[in-house]
Ligand binder design. Sequence first.
Ligand SMILES: *[C@@H]1O[C@H](CO)[C@@H](O)[C@H](O)[C@H]1NC(C)=O
Ligand SMILES: *[C@@H]1O[C@H](CO)[C@@H](O)[C@H](O)[C@H]1NC(C)=O
Ligand SMILES: *[C@@H]1O[C@H](CO)[C@@H](O)[C@H](O)[C@H]1NC(C)=O
Length: 493
Amino acid sequence: MAPECSRRDAPPSATLLIVCVALYTVVLAVASSPKALASSSALSSRARAAPEQQLLLSADLTTEESARRPGETRRPPSVEQELDVARAAIRRTAQRHGDAGRAGDGNVSSANTWFDAGVEYALLASVYRNPAAFHRSYAEMEKLFRVYVYEEGEPPILHAGPCKNIYTIEGRFIEQLELMAPSPASSSRRGTRRRSASDVRTSEPARAHAFFLPFSVSQMVQFAYRPNTYDKTPLRAIVADYVRVVASRHPYWNRSAGADHFMLACHDWGPEASTGHPELHANGIRALCNANSSEGFRPWQDVSVPDINLYDGDMPRQLLAPAPGVTSRPFLAFFAGGRHGHIRDLLLRHWKGRDPDFFPVYEHRHEDGFDYYSFMRRARFCLCPSGYQVASPRVVESIHAECVPVILSDGYVLPFADVLRWEAFSVAVPVADIPRLREVLERIPAPEVEKLQQGVRLVKRHFMLNQPPQRLDMFNMILHSVWLRRLNLRLDH
Ligand SMILES: *[C@@H]1O[C@H](CO)[C@@H](O)[C@H](O)[C@H]1NC(C)=O
Ligand SMILES: *[C@@H]1O[C@H](CO)[C@@H](O)[C@H](O)[C@H]1NC(C)=O
Ligand SMILES: *[C@@H]1O[C@H](CO)[C@@H](O)[C@H](O)[C@H]1NC(C)=O
């Protein structure tokens, strides 16, 4: 699949539009066309012809549960056995960590420099719910986790997504996963090659722990929705058709009724689109930016995905430079944005223009010469109110600017809260307290603000979008959230 985001300067072609208008027919035609069926059997013969890879993977299982008695036939463990082994290993580490914590031993574990990066244990323990369990879980994911991406369907609605602006993560996630086509040459270098994080995508669905439905809700809205109708029927129909197609052509959907399948959507209508197929909605793992717990987002089944706004598709350079410490930031707090929704309205009614030298709050952010990011880098706190949907790209922008995010929302389930303690690097202020916001923030003692900023600096790596993805970055943290849902394991104790 051609990398869409790498071609982000190309204008959308008119033929794309024509293709999409008849999307349901496209999807259905793909399902029944002889060419597509031929490529599907090519896929399964590829799966049969990769014994070296299976050996390599089973040899990778070094934990004691996989040790066998001499003479016992060595068969690759089943996907469920692999998950059992990983679950047991993570539980043991979590338990040991719990004991060690009570005994006052300050070590997470040995030789985990890629994780603790020389950071003091006290900081790790404040930022992560259980640093050792997270580290172990992440390492198990790198060792084992395999995701199968369905190949059915055509861009722009399948296998592509926006690469710029507010829904960037849809396009980037699909592209980064699809660019990870495992190369047959490297997997047959038997026994010697260490699995790397980029081996997460597998061409063998029979060996996959999770299945990705590569549709983009933003692209559906752009190409299949009739503007101003607010009619979401086309979105639901596309989702329903896609699930029907993959469920009829592969055994995996029916096997689990969708429970080991996941989708990802950043568009506000992602949750709505997921209702298109009742099993996807009930059993599937929905990775959503619009993680509103009042609208049926289920924190332990679904995945909250950070909203990241890349205006031109790249990480803003101003935010990548090292940022000032809290003592050299003149502003207490900063906000600039539109009057979208009741929380923003409340915020602007109380604070707009009140004290621009200390508590700058502006309506709009796109005026000429307005240097949004430099305000963020000069404020101790950055206000992140919900807009028309609960998530705000300001959360990630604040973290990049090393400004402590102030979460102003009702029912926003924060990203990666399965492993991160948000209270260690952000402040949540109830919407009802917006009228006293300045007082609430001023009351936080200076050493506490410094600690919060240290936390922000530590978690920054989890909110970076790299190409190619890097260990512990946003792409891999989203995958880790999916991995935890698939293990059905909580790391919060
Ligand atoms: C933590 O582990 C390191 C390396 O294994 C060791 O040198 C250090 O003494 C340990 N610290 C504590 C508090 O146990
Ligand atoms: C899965 O179930 C659906 C609905 O019962 C059925 O139409 C489809 O053929 C099944 N898929 C397979 C691969 O058997
Ligand atoms: C979250 O969901 C509730 C219930 O539907 C809704 O009233 C609220 O406005 C939503 N929040 C946002 C910011 O969309």
